[in-house]
Design a protein around this ligand. Structure first.
Ligand SMILES: [Fe+2]
Length: 496
């Protein structure tokens, strides 16, 4: 067994990790800061095969949700995890294939029938059915409202979870909040500003339509349409931005061929994307947050991204600054296939670059934005939540150094980036693979006062631990040992 573990090296987190539904206490070292007192939820893939059938893309791994209950008073950390789609796994076992439209999983040839996929979407849209609440794989982002814990993904699918046991309670869609929100795609990362969350739903077909909407973040019932876009290609957009006055939907070149019909034909989103054209422009649609009026349509050089880091109104409202982690093209979507991540080579993998885009709001009919791509790599970014969508200075994220020993690691460090001076501070320890850092604000409210929570794989011992870093110094202050491999996941949220 130990030989098998060793052979997985830095890629151990890209192999199946099983749920641990019984809560257990972890061994804590160091001192947990007094304000890091609450629950850290994380989500991501846990299972990369169903029986002998391998799952080919990182984004399609079967969902596994994690809960770290952290007590600063008692200096304890308790942990449990639970699969989010047991019903779907059982169904796939019986079918011998995937039962839904996926991100990148190739379907069986016999599934290449439009009618099958319409049925798949229809099934997904109707899974308000409480009898099979887990009939979807929802594992990208977790949100904690005042009433529930919700998992969501880039499809128009939401899964309510029990915040203590992590049991799936109900699967639903934004259409349950407002019937117009019935397209199949949405952003896993809505933008939350002043207690209101903004997102979009994308309807495919000959006249693709983005419907931007908003709702009170702690009450998912009162959704309202903000605006619609009918003059843009249908694209894979994982996040959007808000500012004090605006909502910005940046439509980069990741559009689905043939109005989205290729998703239905291919049975997955990745193979439905068009070929990259470096000359194609990225489009930025800017809307007034209060009225929904379209303020500007701006274009810029081509880039691809998953994540906005931040955005804010600048120059007394005459421009908007977007901070993103960008890629030169969509090749990264292929890199993130499971086989590629298990054989990761930093020498050839695309790098996410810290990029600042400035959108002028005044000028001609279609304004031209400036795109400043830096050499700084950062992914899975965060900022102090009270400073996000304002002129924030510090961003945190996972990072890859050029250390030769890290060549097989898809990341090997946590970075703090000063977006004003572009200075960076890095926390790296030999043979350690960190996951997304979650910022927990410190008592002063100062932007750099806080802690970063990250789950780190120790390659040599093939076990992971939750590490708490001081956000200003990036020095570790405490850790909690899981004694098992923690799967490489996507995102988490801390609830105090
Ligand atoms: Fe994400």
């Amino acid at each position: 067994m130990s030989g098998e573990k060793e052979s997985r090296g830095a890629a151990a987190g890209f192999y199946t990790c099983h749920e641990q539904p019984e809560e257990r206490a972890l061994t804590v070292k160091g001192t947990i800061p007094s304000y890091v007192d609450g629950v850290l939820y994380r989500t991501g893939p846990g299972r990369f095969e169903v029986d002998k059938r391998a799952i080919s893309h990182w984004f399609d791994g079967k969902g596994l949700n994690h809960r770290f209950s952290i007590s600063a008073k008692d200096q304890t950390v308790k942990y449990r995890s639970r699969e989010s789609c047991a019903v779907q796994i059982e169904k796939e076992r019986k079918l011998g294939r995937s039962s839904a439209v996926t991100f990148a999983q190739p379907p069986d040839p016999c599934q290449r029938l439009f009618s099958k996929f319409f049925v798949a979407f229809k099934t997904a849209l109707e899974t308000g059915s409480k009898r099979e609440p887990s009939d979807v794989n929802v594992n990208v982002v977790l949100n904690t409202g005042s009433k529930s814990l919700t998992a969501q993904t880039d499809a128009n699918l939401l899964q309510r979870l029990d915040p203590v046991t992590l049991e799936p309670l109900e699967a639903t869609t934004y259409a349950s909040m407002l019937p117009e929100l019935n397209g199949p795609l949405s952003a896993a990362h809505g933008a939350t500003m002043d207690g209101t969350t903004y997102n979009y739903v994308l309807a495919l077909g000959p006249r693709p339509k983005y419907t931007l909407f908003h709702f009170a973040s702690d009450d998912a019932r009162g959704a309202r349409v903000l605006a619609t876009i009918t003059d843009a290609p249908p694209a894979y957009l994982h996040s959007l931005a808000a500012t004090a006055k605006h909502v910005v939907l940046t439509i980069w070149q990741a559009d689905y061929k043939h109005y989205g019909l290729d998703i239905l034909w291919q049975g997955n989103c990745l193979d439905g994307l068009g070929k990259w054209d470096p000359k194609r422009r990225t489009l930025h649609y800017v809307f007034d947050r209060a009225t929904g009026q379209r303020v500007a349509r701006v274009q810029s050089d081509a880039f691809f991204a998953f994540h906005h880091i931040n955005a804010f109104d600048d120059d007394e409202g005459s421009s908007i600054v977007l901070d993103l982690a960008t890629y030169a093209d969509t090749e990264v979507l292929n890199t993130l296939r499971v086989a590629n991540m298990r054989a990761f080579d930093a020498a050839t993998a695309p790098e996410p670059r810290y990029t600042r885009v400035r959108l002028p709001l005044k000028g001609g009919h279609i304004n031209e934005a400036t795109v400043s791509v830096t050499a700084i790599n950062i992914e899975l970014p965060c900022v102090h939540p009270a400073h996000q969508w304002r002129a924030a200075r510090y961003a945190y994220g996972v990072h890859r150094t050029d250390a030769p020993a890290s060549r097989t690691m898809f990341v090997d460090a946590i970075v703090r980036l000063d977006m004003e001076t572009r200075e960076t501070r890095v926390w790296r320890q030999e043979g350690q693979v960190p996951g997304e850092p979650i910022f927990v604000p410190g008592p002063s409210g100062r932007e750099d006062d806080g802690a970063l929570l990250t789950v780190v794989l120790d390659v040599a011992s093939q076990s992971s631990r939750l590490v708490i870093l001081d956000a200003a110094s990036l020095e570790p202050v405490a850790s909690a040992d899981l004694a098992t491999v923690f799967p490489n996941g996507f995102h988490g949220v801390f609830q105090s």
